[in-house]
Design a protein around this ligand. Sequence first.
Ligand code: ADP
Ligand code: MG
Length: 908
Amino acid sequence: MMSVTPDQFRKVGMGLTPSPTPFLTPRPERRRPDSRGSEWNSHRLDKDKEINVQVLLRCRPLSDDEQRLNVPRVISCNEHKREVTVMQNVANKQIDRVFTFDKVFGPKSQQRSIYDQAIAPVVNEVLDGFNCTVFAYGQTGTGKTYTMEGGMRNKGGDLPAEAGVIPRAVRQIFDTLEAQNADYSMKVSFLELYNEEITDLLAQEDNPKSTEDKQKKPISLMEDGKGCVVVRGLEEEAVYSANEIYTILERGSAKRRTADTLLNKHSSRSHSVFSITVHIKEAAVGDEDLIKCGKLNLVDLAGSENISRSGAREGRAREAGEINKSLLTLGRVINALVEHSAHIPYRDSKLTRLLRDSLGGKTKTCIIATISPSAHSLEETLSTLDYAYRAKNIKNKPEANQKMSKAVLLKELYLEIEKMKQDVRAARDKNGVYIPHERYAQDEAEKKARIEKIDQLENDLSLSEKEVDRYRELYITEQEGKLDLESELKDCMMNLENRNKEFLELQENHRVALSTIKEKELIISELLFSDQKDKLEAENHSMVLSFGSQLDQSLKDLHKTILGSISQQQQQLRCMEEHAHSFLASKCDATQILESRIKKLTETYTLGITALKELGNSMQKKAASDLEQINSTISSHGMAVEQFLVTMVSEAKEVIKDIQNSLIEQKQFLALSAQQQEEGLQRSLVSAKEISKATVDFFSDLYQKASNVMTMLEVSQAQNSKELANFDKTFKEEAAKEEKEALDKIAVILSNLTSKKSAMVSEASKNAQDSSIQQNKRLQREISSMQQVSTDARTELSKYVEKVESHFMQDTFSAAESRTIIDNYIEECTMKVDSSRQQWESAQSYMSDLNTKSIAEIESTVKENISVNQVAHEELVSACSSMEVDFGSRTGDIVTAVDGNFYCLCVA
Ligand code: ADP
Ligand code: MG
């Protein structure tokens, strides 16, 4: 069965508030891109990016003893897959557990390969100005110290193969910075935390007498007020070479060893922190040097077996003197960080206070978990693996320390010294707190060291400044030298050219000399070949004689030629004289011609000038008169315009008045007509009312008459019916009488006849009555319809009258409205007329103003022009006169010059 723990390495968790760097103000700094290829760098994406704590696992080999005892192995490492498998056999069942880490190093892995793969990139980060921490965590005896410190046998030369992280880191820092030829300083500190007490493992034991007290000076942790923790009184040792580290490590380890003998199993219960601080001078920006600072903490933790045991039985742990408080708190801090708790118990132990920034802060953190492959330590191994696996989820936000200038560094150091001084003073003065002598001495020594350091730094500074000055001077002198050399070079070049020329000349000379030498040699050889000297002398004598005669002859010839030439010259002189005379005569003529021409020219010129002057005068006069004329015309025009405007305005006024009058008339007329209309309407209303009244009277009369007729008809009908009834009664009585009389006689026949006759009579009367009733009814119907018609007509008439009345009212209203509208309109018209009159008046005044202004302007310009013209004219006149004078003088000059020339020539 396999249970695989998931790799949560790249999971991004909740952000944690980072605490500021232990060095400086927490101003963040832009990170430079880094080209170094390493796994760490792949996480360096940007500033705010959280990165997980790197967890590496190292499994040590079985020791010789274990091998001898054939202790079974339960761990197998797959470095390639970064997996560790724990093989367990529970109740005859194989249960393997697999853990994945950022890197896994098996039993065969060498110190060097671990360093190169896992730690070298961390050290590079430190050199880039980051703070980094490497923890070694694991059970006692699994190789924490071996990994961190390693074997320390040989000093000097190359690193031993067993050298651990600390010496290799120191070596790498030195090598890198030396290769870069950087200006840097490196300091290390080494402390031990045991039973919540900090001991400086590098402190010098200056008082060996009271060994028990002074072996390890207790050192306190202090908040620096910026949220960082500083170890007060911790010695920081400057390291100047890589090999020095062995001495330092040995000194620290020796102290631990001494303690080991005093306390049982001391090293398994103590934590040690080795810190390397590097200050690197960066290329200067401007005129300030910037200093980059990085810190590497290498932490060898106490044996992890303490944590699990005390985790189970905390009461016992406290009994044991809080040995494990730091480790316990570390576990709790890790848990709180992984679970993103609101409260992280950093303050609960010194270890977590010290390394606070390495856990969820700005420091880059790496944990090396060490395990043993032995089956005997299976339980501890599993606990270590679980612990380390959990720690993988811690996220830090690495941030580079801010670079600072040398001056700032110095200032900070001074401030620190000042603070310490104040502390000391306050402690002594205020409440007389006792300071142990060694503490005081230590503080003083520290102060001294600081001051010395500052002095040293200042010295360095002044030295480097001096050096810079020296270099500058050197540079300037070099520059001057260069200039000198350049000018010299120029001179040399010129010299060279001259020399070249000379050389060429010399060559030519040499050539010539060679040729003459050759000739001479030829002559000499010829001479050597002649026979005798005497012969030569005789030849010479004859040659001298012939030379004398020749000389005589040539002298004579010379005399002759000179004489000839003299006569020739005389002739030539004469010829020249003649030429000169003729030339002078021609010149004289020409001069006379020139003179006459000049005279003519002068005349023409004076004529021209006078003409010009006249023209100028006339022009000026003309201009003046013209301008005057223009002026008068313009003023007359202006007057005319003004006049015109005045007449126009008066006309307009009259027109407006007319309009106004007509408007008033119209108004009156309108009022009259409206009144008339009203009256007419009133009249028509009255007549309509009369008509309607007459009509109503007529209809009511008609109605009355009709009702009278009806009553008469009713009366007559009643009479008729009464008469008929009477007639019927009398007839019946008569008939009964006759019946009784004839009854006897005629008996039954007669009675029949009588009944027949009475029936006929009653029927006839009935019919008559019926028809009369019918007639009456018809008559009544007619009358009622007539009455209906008359009432209808009356109501219609009244309606009509009402309508007429309302119409009349409307008409009167509308007439009134229109009258008011017309009134308003007329009012408006009058207002407009008034305003137009005003406009006219203002326009008139404006126009007249404009007129007078423009006339004045024109007049002034005309006057100006006249004066300008006058000036110009005067200038012209003066120029003319000056020209005249000039011309006269020049002509005089010419004449005199010509005359002079002539005279001179004549004399010659
Ligand atoms: P702890 O981390 O508990 O201090 P140590 O570093 O003292 O452990 O190691 C215990 C012993 O194991 C030492 O003798 C050490 O030399 C040896 N040892 C540890 N790890 C290795 C390793 N990787 N290779 C060889 N020996 C080792
Ligand atoms: Mg150890």
